[in-house]
Write a protein that binds this ligand. Structure first.
Ligand SMILES: [Zn+2]
Length: 250
């Protein structure tokens, strides 16, 4: 492999050779290996992030193929875990990246095992409970994380820089009960919307990792790919003093 692999990123002035080297020394954990997580992990690996962990407890099923890159029809037959299949696929894309596929569930007990020693955490989950666990852990540990969510054709992205921006609990206050919310299982999901949201989330992570912190989005972005809505909100741009999670740190 020649040194040309990252040439287009290095020519892009805000990244440059220096930013590319920073990426090579960086470590990111992608929590979840679905429509968001697979795209996020692939973008990070192609971009040359040094270490990428991808965490998921599930195996593949046929309906995954409509939106989850990294999986193929052949993988369905293998019966292997998504994390293991994704890790293999990612290594085939870029053997220079240290890829770790972790088969497991991120919960209160496991999060400190799976998500430490990383520079950024990226949301590839599909439920609010895990997101709130991620949020509390990341803010407590001072690890930046990128919230990303998708249902139907609507998605949201918000970078959380502990002590600097608001966090998920500043915006949504409490994890809503799953039964009250529409999910991808009940209202479906448009892959193009999921990939858009995943791309925006990774873009924010790349700004952080390459030393372009000043360019990171402050506050919540909400998109609806189908209805052509792209809305930026101030909410989440600063920590809320009475936030139960990050208020303590203000
Ligand atoms: Zn907060």
């Amino acid at each position: 492999m020649t040194d040309d692999r990252y040439i287009r990123q290095e020519i892009f002035e805000p990244i440059g050779k220096e930013g590319q080297e920073k990426l090579g020394r960086s470590s990111v954990a992608v929590v979840g290996c679905g429509a968001l997580g697979t795209v996020e992990a692939e973008l990070l690996v192609r971009a040359g992030v040094g270490t990428v962990k991808i965490i998921d407890r599930d195996t593949t099923e046929l309906s995954n193929l409509a939106r989850q890159t990294l999986f193929t029809e052949a993988d369905l037959k293998s019966g292997d875990s998504k994390a293991a299949i994704a890790a293999k696929a990612l290594t085939r894309i870029n053997s220079k990246v240290s890829v770790e596929g972790i088969v497991g569930e991120v919960n209160l007990r496991t999060i400190s095992k799976y998500c430490t020693d990383v520079d950024v955490l990226i949301d590839g989950t599909d439920n609010p409970e895990t997101r709130f666990i991620l949020n509390e852990f990341a803010v407590g540990e001072g690890i930046p994380w990128i919230y990303a969510g998708i249902v139907g054709s609507e998605g949201m992205v918000m970078p959380v820089l502990p002590g600097e921006t608001g966090c998920l609990a500043c915006v949504f206050e409490t994890a809503p009960g799953e039964c009250n919310l529409p999910t991808c299982r009940t209202v479906g999901v448009v892959a193009a919307a999921a990939w858009t949201v995943a791309s925006i989330a990774v873009g924010e992570a790349l700004k952080l990792l390459t030393g372009n912190r000043q360019d990171i989005r402050r506050g919540l972005l909400r998109i609806d790919l189908w209805r052509n809505r792209y809305d930026s909100f101030d909410i989440g741009s600063t920590p809320r003093p009475d936030c139960p999670v990050c208020g303590k740190k203000v």
